[in-house]
Design a protein around this ligand. Structure first.
Ligand SMILES: [Zn+2]
Length: 186
């Protein structure tokens, strides 16, 4: 692994913390650490299932934050640095009301991920329905929806840094794991 590489996913974290992550990567300890903390992948495989999942979280915490028009996994977001998800608002005039339609796209990297990481990114994008910037109010809203938000975002960024330096994917869809774990059964 390329150890001297900068770790852009950890920009903004204290240098000592970044250095600790770099050591975890160099010593090849990231997989054990993350799989120990997050052993299982979630089973949300389709955009429809993702929509229902996001809608349910929204109903719980942001019922009056406007209507969600579209939710999808987006494979083009996967490689874009720091664009893990996006949220857009299309405003259109409907009768006399200005209706805002909100769209949430989640990087397909989160398709093969533990439920905690999916929840973290969905909470992040939902929070943007109320707060545009990554300011204090934004993170307070994230923590309101997911008290462990800060730890989850940091752990996700460790995973992204590990992938960015050549580490293999750590989670696979449950269906794939089933077939590969019984290779002699037909
Ligand atoms: Zn954001």
């Amino acid at each position: 692994m390329n150890t001297g590489k900068p770790l852009p996913y950890l920009a903004g974290y204290p240098a000592t913390l970044v250095e600790q992550v770099r050591q975890l990567i160099v010593q090849d300890k990231v997989a054990d650490l993350l799989l120990g903390r997050y052993p299982d992948a979630h089973d949300i495989r389709t955009d429809k299932a993702l929509y229902d999942y996001v809608q349910q979280l929204k109903n719980e915490h942001l019922r009056n934050a406007g209507q969600l028009s579209k939710v999808m996994f987006d494979s083009k977001l996967q490689v874009l640095r720091n664009a893990l998800g996006t949220h857009t608002t299309h405003s259109r005039v409907q009768g006399l009301n200005l209706k805002a339609k909100k769209e949430i796209r989640i990087a397909s990297l989160f398709k093969d991920a533990p439920p905690e990481f999916l929840r973290m990114i969905v909470v992040h994008e939902l929070a943007h329905m109320k707060q545009r910037e990554h300011d204090k109010a934004f993170y307070q809203l994230c923590m309101h929806m997911e008290p462990d938000y800060g730890q989850l975002e940091f752990d996700l960024r460790i995973y992204l840094s590990y992938r960015d330096t050549g580490g293999a994917a750590l989670w696979q869809p449950a269906a794939v794991q089933d077939t590969t774990s019984h290779p002699f059964l037909t």
